[in-house]
Design a binder for this molecule. Sequence first.
Ligand SMILES: [Zn+2]
Ligand SMILES: [Zn+2]
Length: 350
Amino acid sequence: MTTQATTVPAYAAPAAKAPLERTTIPRRAVGEHDVLIEIKYAGICHSDIHQARDGWGEGIFPMVPGHEIAGVVTETGPGVTAFAVGDRVGVGCMVDSCRVCDNCRAGFQQHCANGSVMTYNALDKNGEPTYGGYSTHIVVDEAFTVRIPDGLSLDVAAPLLCAGITVYSPLRHWNAGPGVKVAVVGLGGLGHMAVKIANALGAEVTVLSQSLRKKDDGLSLGARHYYATSDDATFEALAGTFDLIISTVSAPLPLDRFLGLLKTDGTMVNVGAPEEPVSLNLFSLIGGRKALAGSTIGGIPETQEMLDFCAEHGLGAEIEVIRADQVNEAYERVLRSDVRYRFVIDTATI
Ligand SMILES: [Zn+2]
Ligand SMILES: [Zn+2]
């Protein structure tokens, strides 16, 4: 039993833009409703790099990134009812929220009116910094812990906790399914899961990527069609085609051109966003009653639903497992888009 707070190995950025290095961090004592998780795998999300390099400002250092966490429960608090020692579990982008606002009560903790507590680079309710998944253990309230079904390996399940739910939630909300034409913009960590999930939901999937470099991958992941957005002919050929466009890219897009690809009543959802404001001609929405929308991760119930769906359909992330001491090199490769399609740290190497 670790009823006391413990110190565990981790990889941390000691300061903004500094390379990550091995260190130790505190983990709180296992509370009444907490589970202690031995982390097995932690995915590397693009936002880990943003935050470790303080791209969004006001980062809390030292910072242990990682919000794609898969592991096994090794201890439970006395009040825990949902999990037992030995259970395979995951933790995503949030570890707490107010739990009483309308959104929390509805299961939309990602939209908590009082601000949910992020898995790292945040302060918990006691004012202590949260540290993420690039470590050997984490203590999390059972209410923010999800079950990883037996059918999913922990390594390919880890990226589902951010990349998977980020695309699953809008695909479900905007009813991707049989007879629905979905375009996925960008074939990276998020995009490759959007293709797999949209295809499994029964939608007809098209990838819109800058080039045709990853066309073979896209088609084997489940896309029916693949077009290069660097080719002007793409926008003419596909005008008025899609019910739903999911943009996973963080580069500024020519929104008016993309909105031209929607059918009447179609929606373009952004799950990636550039740091700078974008421009838009509202006539692109008015003609055809189109919608431009955004979405971020998903609530805890929907995250569990996504994991169950992925297990049922045999959907894991395409991954490259790395040692912890390769994390800085992996960051450089993510920035060059040189990964197919997610790096996952084997946390036994920390
Ligand atoms: Zn993420
Ligand atoms: Zn709330």
